[in-house]
Design a protein around this ligand. Sequence first.
Ligand code: TYM
Length: 341
Amino acid sequence: KTRIFSGVQPTGNLHLGNYLGAIKRFVEMQADHECLYCVVDLHAITVFQDPDELTHNTREVTAAYIAAGIDPTQSTIFNQSQVSGHAELAWILNCVARIGWLNRMTQFKEKAGKDREKASAGLYIYPNLMAADVLLYHATHVPVGEDQKQHIELARDIAQKFNNDFAETIARVGYPGGFFPLPEPVIAGAATRVMSFRDGTKKMSKSDPSDLSRINMTDDEDTIAKKIRKAKTDPEPLPSEVDGLKERPEADNLVGIYAALAGTGKDAVLADYGGGEFSAFKGALVELATEKLTPIGDEMRRLLSDPVEIDRILADGAARAHSVADPILAKTKDIIGFIRS
Ligand code: TYM
């Protein structure tokens, strides 16, 4: 049985990378799978968040999910802190994961920066919480962008070690094949790593100080057009084969974005625009991007005008998430040998 779990941090500036690498894929998966989509507020506070902004940003991610097409009556949408099992299982997994494994996480090194001693302890054990998110629901598949691959691989290692360490009691409670399924990352499509519009070698990110580096999900038509027109490119015309995009990170990025928005592949885009001038392609990209993105931004603003309704959706989702997570957490405690009443 497949079950999908994924999450987005409520840290503001939701961008095209979050949309194409994650949220758009979430929508595509909900038609034929059981899906849980989380707003990971516990993850967000690994770096200090202003309380009012955290509240707003949590609603904003929720609005983005719904505006993009996730149906909250079909999929479970909730914020992580309302389901205490995430924090409880994370503690248990802190005791399963090895420090050496965490030391290999490249995202910690990037986010902690030079003065690693000053990073929060939470930022360091963040990948264990992420493993808990997925394992708490016995999720089998996790749609994410390329940058999260290493974390999902760690979650698999943690699940495997738990299954081995407790093999005897796991068999006794009736799971001879292992208690936690090893989750598969689902990293697919033409835009699994959307790059900055200012520097094609850097990932598009929420924290880039330049707003021109990214398209935000709430940008209006004029802003989207301006950012695409100003996006860095090289002077060559577009190649007619995908191979010709090698060593041309900016061109590769824009072609990938077009393909992902259009729901085709880079080869199909180059069949139409290869050999032509960049400016013509950019014009087509402006048209496609505004057509696809501005209705989502408008719907997000409409949803955000009723925070009570958003909070109701999150509470409803949390209740449903609890009903999946609670029996799994209870079994986990039995396996470890904790007494519960
Ligand atoms: P976060 O909040 O940084 O990003 C949310 C999702 O967006 C994807 N993404 C991108 N995809 C393509 N190009 C980009 N430039 C780009 N930037 C971000 C991310 O890969 C992610 O899928 N740790 C996670 C959140 C998380 C999670 C989980 C995900 C917490 N628990 C459990 C899956 C399962 C994160 O920080 O994502």
